[in-house]
Design a protein around this ligand. Structure first.
Ligand code: S3P
Length: 172
């Protein structure tokens, strides 16, 4: 059985709503497993030379999703790593198919109020712009949770999330 000091053979993709802690938990998980960490949104921004908000504003969401699909495909093509995906990535059927076939997909979930509170802390999230974070997250949870449920694992996004992921993967 592999242990936490051996590289994991597949990439791990963290999926879930804004504020689920995909980047924070992803970074900790990567450190624990000795894998590199990539934040898909940051990679998209680097490739485009624009922030996520600017891409939405200038080119629209559909354009962002195409770029997101390409960037995630490139990340998955590399050696095993931990990838934090943006909240909508797994909802795109093409990106989802890619993630499910090539990665271990982990849905980080939590109470709407917690996700909304965390998501509102950082700006630059076009889907939250001008809206009540709780209402936005609630509405997204309704439509997206059945899709996130297709991930290989669902983990409660709290202080023990990394331990639970490592245990669920059969690592130590
Ligand atoms: C989005 C989530 C964001 C970012 C973009 C769209 C979404 O990522 O990709 O603003 O559709 O839920 P985070 O989940 O990291 O906030």
């Amino acid at each position: 059985m592999p242990d936490a000091h051996q590289p994991y053979e597949k990439s791990i993709a963290l999926v879930g709503l804004m504020g689920a802690g995909k980047s924070t938990i992803g970074r900790r998980l990567a450190r624990r497993l000795g894998l590199p960490f990539y934040d898909a949104d940051a990679e998209i921004e680097a490739a485009a030379g624009l922030s996520v908000a600017e891409i939405f504003e200038r080119h629209g969401e559909a354009h962002f999703r195409e770029g997101e699909r390409r960037v995630i495909a490139r990340l998955i093509d590399g050696p095993p790593r931990v990838i934090a995906t943006g909240g909508g990535a797994f909802v795109d059927s093409g990106t989802r198919a890619l993630i499910l076939s090539r990665c271990t997909a982990i849905w980080l979930d939590g109470p709407v109020a917690t996700l909304a509170e965390r998501a509102a802390r950082r700006g630059g999230r076009p889907l939250l712009a001008g809206g009540d974070p709780v209402a936005v997250i609630e509405r997204l949870a309704e439509t997206r949770n059945p899709v996130y449920a297709q991930a290989h694992l669902r983990i409660e996004s709290d202080a023990h999330a990394v331990d639970r992921i490592v245990a669920a993967l059969g690592l130590r």
